[in-house]
Design a protein. Structure first.
Length: 257
């Protein structure tokens, strides 16, 4: 059985004191249930890069995993403003979100660049959370599946059979991110099923069954149960709701059946 992953993406929010306080509140809610939750799910938070040291310290001794929101694909070099995989590893980062819609559409990252980052994460034995998803126009014109599967195919370029199971895919329709709109559980499940089908076709049943596919897009404590209870939805990539300890804790405790 695939373990669910509930991943909080803090985006560009908080300062060190606020980040530490949020971790403390989340831990107060989740740590007492860690043994029970660990049976079928993992929990991760991804703060802004500059807050990773403070959050790493605040998470010490917790089962909550530490993620990053982005990274460069090179280990070092003249890349002003970038953060490398070894820099993240030095602070205990285990997961990295790559190809988030905001990186694609605000910062114009393309599939080739995202693929390089995925390969770098795998090389450094980090878990890449590779995001795919369509815009409002693409959704309304009936091109959602074509767009998502193209992003998936290009993002998995040069990824071998033994490595694909280490990748987490996150389907996040751009039109549902930060808008309050959410794909219905049936819409999300249909896309997730198609993603798994594409992985099956390329990598075989065993690997397709092992890959985790998350849903992201205005996930909150009211809609999470209906989403993650679907058979092909293996957790959630949570934005705004992950900045509130009580909401995030409720999402972490989501009913999965």
């Amino acid at each position: 059985m695939r373990r669910k992953l509930i991943a909080g993406n803090w985006k560009m929010h908080l300062l060190p004191a606020g980040a530490r306080a949020l971790v403390e509140r989340i831990r107060a809610e989740i740590d007492p249930l860690a043994a029970t939750l660990a049976k079928d799910r993992e929990v991760m938070v991804a703060p802004p890069a500059i807050l990773i040291p403070a959050v790493a310290q605040a998470l010490a001794g917790s089962s909550i995993l530490l993620g990053a929101q982005n990274m460069h694909y090179e280990d070092k070099g003249a890349f002003t403003g970038e953060v490398s995989p070894p820099m993240l590893l030095a602070y205990g980062v285990t997961h990295v979100i790559l190809g988030h819609s905001e990186r694609r559409h605000i910062f114009h990252e393309n599939d080739e660049l995202i693929n390089k980052k995925v390969l770098a994460a795998l090389h450094h034995r980090m878990t890449p959370i590779m995001c795919v998803g369509e815009t409002q126009d693409e959704h309304d014109s009936g091109r959602a599946l074509d767009v998502v599967l193209r992003q998936l195919q290009r993002g998995l370029e040069n990824i071998g059979d033994d490595h694909v199971i280490r990748i987490v895919i996150a389907y996040e329709p751009v039109w549902a991110i930060g808008t309050g709109r959410t794909a219905t559980p049936e819409q999300a499940e249909a896309i997730h099923g198609a993603i798994r089908g594409a992985i099956l076709e390329r990598y075989g049943r065993e690997r397709a069954d092992a890959v985790r596919i998350l849903y992201g897009g205005s996930v909150n404590d009211e809609n999470v149960d209906s989403l993650v209870s679907k058979p092909d939805i293996d957790g959630a990539l949570v934005g705004g709701a992950s900045l509130k300890a009580d909401s995030f804790a409720r999402i972490v405790k989501a009913r999965t059946r």
